[in-house]
Design a protein around this ligand. Structure first.
Ligand SMILES: *[C@@H]1O[C@H](CO)[C@@H](O)[C@H](O)[C@H]1NC(C)=O
Ligand SMILES: *[C@@H]1O[C@H](CO)[C@@H](O)[C@H](O)[C@H]1NC(C)=O
Ligand SMILES: *[C@@H]1O[C@H](CO)[C@@H](O)[C@H](O)[C@H]1NC(C)=O
Ligand SMILES: *[C@@H]1O[C@H](CO)[C@@H](O)[C@H](O)[C@H]1NC(C)=O
Ligand SMILES: *[C@@H]1O[C@H](CO)[C@@H](O)[C@H](O)[C@H]1NC(C)=O
Ligand SMILES: *[C@@H]1O[C@H](CO)[C@@H](O)[C@H](O)[C@H]1NC(C)=O
Ligand SMILES: *[C@@H]1O[C@H](CO)[C@@H](O)[C@H](O)[C@H]1NC(C)=O
Ligand SMILES: *[C@@H]1O[C@H](CO)[C@@H](O)[C@H](O)[C@H]1NC(C)=O
Length: 402
C-alpha cells in the first residue's frame, strides 16, 4: 500500500490521540505502534519456544526507532514498551542453567535491552535486569556444544542453525567487550569469531555464496550432507538473521578489534554480494527457498526479504561495503525491495493499525527439511518476525530520506 500521511493522521485522530500527535507519520513508527497495540513481543511462558525471539526482536526494532527518532511524540511509549517486553523475559531468565537447557539460543536476543536496562541507578527493578543479564551471559558458557565446539541451537544434539548467531553475537559483543581490552574481551571476541566461522564453513555453498539453514555435526540427521552435515536448503529468514548478526556485531566491536572487524566484514561483503545476486529480478524481493528460485510452490517471503533490506542498507550506511559501486547496488536493491514489500504485504487494518502479511511461520530442522516442508509451512498474518524486520528496513529507507 502507499502511505497517505494526511489520511493516516486524520484517521488516527479519531482512534488514538497519541499517534495522531506525531506530526510526521512514517511506516516505521506506524508499524511499531501497531505491534505495541497488538500486545506482541511480550513473553508469557505459554507461547512456545519462539516467544523469546519475538520479544527480543521487538525490543531491537523499537530500540532502532528510539535511536533514529528520540524525540518522537511516541518515544516515551516505545521506551516503556521495550521495558515491559524485556521485563517479561527477564523474569524467566534468572537461572543460567535453566536458560541454557530450556530455551533456544534466541533467548540471547533479549540480552541487549536487558543489559541496557540494568545500567543506571540501582533499584529493585534494575536488580532483576542485572541478574537476568548475568544469567544470560553465563548461559553462553553453559550452552551445549558439538564435538567441534559449535553451539547447539536448541535441544537437538549437535545441530547448529544460522538463526542462533543473531542472538548470540551482538549480545556477547555488548556484554563482554564493552569497548575495552581485557582478557574477558579477548575470550568473547575469539568465541564470536569461532562460532561464526564454524557455521559459515559448514553451511557455505561455493558456487552461490549463500548459506544453508544449518548443519548436524554428527552428519546423521535425515537431511544432513554426509560430508559437511549441511541441511539442503537456503532458507531466506535464517540467512536474514545471520547477515543482520554480522552488521549488528561489527557495530558493537571495540575500536581496537581491527582483526575481528575485518574478518566479519569480509564475510558480510561476500554474503551481501551473494544476496544481491539472489534477488528476484521480477519483484526485487527474495525467495523463501533462495537456492530454488522460481520453482513451483516457492514464493517471495516477507520477513527474510525485509531482513535483507535492513542488512544491505545498514551496511551501506555504515560504510561496511568495500566500494562505492557495491554500496550503490545495495542501496538500489534495498529501496526497490522495500517498495515491493510495502505494496504487497502492508495493509491498513480497519482498526487503524498497520498489518504485515506473508511471513512464514517457524521452519525447523526438526523435520524432513525437504523442499515441500519449507514451502508448505503456513504463512502468518502479523508475525513480528516479519513486522519487526519491516520496521528495521523502513528505518534504513527513512535514513536515506526516501
Ligand atoms: C536452576 O535450573 C536448574 C536446571 O533446571 C535446576 O536444576 C536448578 O535447581 C535451578 N537452580 C535454582 C537455584 O533454582
Ligand atoms: C527491595 O529489595 C529488598 C531486598 O530484597 C527488600 O528488602 C525491599 O523491601 C525491596 N524494596 C521494595 C521497595 O520493594
Ligand atoms: C553428538 O556428538 C557427540 C560427539 O561430541 C556424539 O558422541 C553423540 O553421539 C552425538 N549425538 C548424536 C545424537 O548424534
Ligand atoms: C551449491 O549450489 C549449487 C547451485 O544452487 C548447487 O547446484 C550445488 O549442488 C550446491 N553445492 C552443494 C555442495 O550443495
Ligand atoms: C566493487 O566490489 C565488487 C564486489 O566484490 C566487485 O565486483 C567490483 O569490481 C568492485 N568495483 C570496483 C569499482 O572496485
Ligand atoms: C484487522 O485486525 C484484526 C485484529 O488483529 C484482525 O482480526 C482482522 O483480520 C484484520 N483485518 C484485516 C482486513 O486483515
Ligand atoms: C495474506 O496473504 C495470503 C497469502 O498470499 C492471502 O491469501 C491473504 O488474502 C492475505 N491477507 C490479506 C488480509 O491481505
Ligand atoms: C521434534 O519433532 C518431533 C516429531 O514431530 C516432535 O515430537 C518433537 O516434539 C519436536 N521437538 C521439539 C523440541 O519441538
Amino acid at each position: 500500500m502507499k502511505l497517505n500521511v494526511v489520511a493516516f493522521a486524520g484517521l488516527l485522530a479519531c482512534l488514538n490521540a497519541d499517534i495522531s500527535a506525531a506530526a510526521d507519520v512514517r511506516y516505521s513508527t506506524w508499524m511499531a505502534w501497531s505491534i505495541m497495540n497488538r500486545g506482541q513481543g511480550i513473553m508469557t511462558g505459554n507461547g512456545g519456544s519462539s516467544e523469546p525471539l519475538q520479544a527480543g526482536f521487538t525490543q531491537k526494532a523499537l530500540t532502532g526507532i528510539l535511536d533514529k527518532y528520540p524525540n518522537d511524540p511516541l518515544a516515551p511509549q516505545f521506551r516503556d514498551y521495550v521495558h515491559k517486553s524485556a521485563a517479561s523475559v527477564a523474569q524467566f531468565m534468572l537461572n543460567a542453567t535453566h536458560d541454557a537447557l530450556a530455551y533456544p539460543m534466541d533467548r540471547l536476543s533479549n540480552g541487549n535491552a536487558i543489559l541496557s536496562l540494568s545500567n543506571g541507578p540501582k533499584t529493585n527493578k534494575t536488580a532483576a535486569f542485572t541478574s537476568a543479564a548475568a544469567a544470560l551471559r553465563q548461559s553462553i558458557d553453559l550452552n551445549r556444544r558439538n564435538a567441534e565446539g559449535g553451539f547447539w541451537y536448541f535441544v537437538y544434539p549437535n545441530w547448529s542453525y544460522l538463526d542462533g548467531m543473531y542472538s548470540l553475537a551482538p549480545f556477547y559483543a555488548l556484554y563482554t567487550t564493552g569497548g575495552s581490552d581485557n582478557p574477558e574481551s579477548a575470550k568473547a571476541l575469539n568465541e564470536i569469531q569461532f562460532q561464526i566461522d564454524l557455521i559459515y564453513k559448514h553451511t557455505h555453498n561455493e558456487s552461490s555464496g549463500l548459506l544453508v539453514h544449518g548443519y548436524d555435526d554428527s552428519k546423521t540427521a535425515v537431511w544432513a550432507d554426509r560430508n559437511t552435515g549441511a541441511s539442503p536448503y537456503v532458507w531466506g529468514r535464517s540467512l536474514g538473521w545471520f547477515i543482520m548478526a554480522l552488521v549488528d556485531t561489527v557495530e558493537l566491536l571495540p575500536k581496537s578489534a581491527c582483526k575481528e572487524r575485518n574478518h566479519l566484514l569480509k564475510k558480510y561483503n561476500d554474503l551481501a554480494s551473494a544476496v544481491l545476486r539472489a534477488v528476484d529480478p521480477a519483484t526485487g524481493g527474495w525467495w523463501q527457498i533462495m537456492n530454488e528460485p522460481g520453482r513451483a510452490g516457492n514464493y517471495i517471503e516477507s520477513s527474510g526479504s525485509a531482513m535483507f533490506v535492513s542488512a544491505l542498507l545498514k551496511g551501506a550506511r555504515m560504510g561496511y561495503l568495500k566500494n562505492d559501486s557495491l554500496a550503490a547496488e545495495a542501496r538500489t536493491a534495498g529501496v526497490r525491495a522495500h517498495g515491493y514489500l510495502t505494496d504487497t504485504f502492508v495493509t491498513k487494518n480497519e482498526t487503524g493499525l498497520l498489518d504485515y502479511n506473508g511471513t512464514v511461520s517457524v521452519c525447523s530442522l526438526n523435520s524432513t527439511a525437504s523442499y515441500e516442508y519449507y514451502v508448505g509451512q503456513p504463512l502468518l498474518y502479523n508475525s513480528v518476525h516479519g513486522s519487526a524486520a519491516y520496521i528495521l528496513a523502513s528505518l534504513e529507507v527513512e535514513r536515506l530520506g526516501q
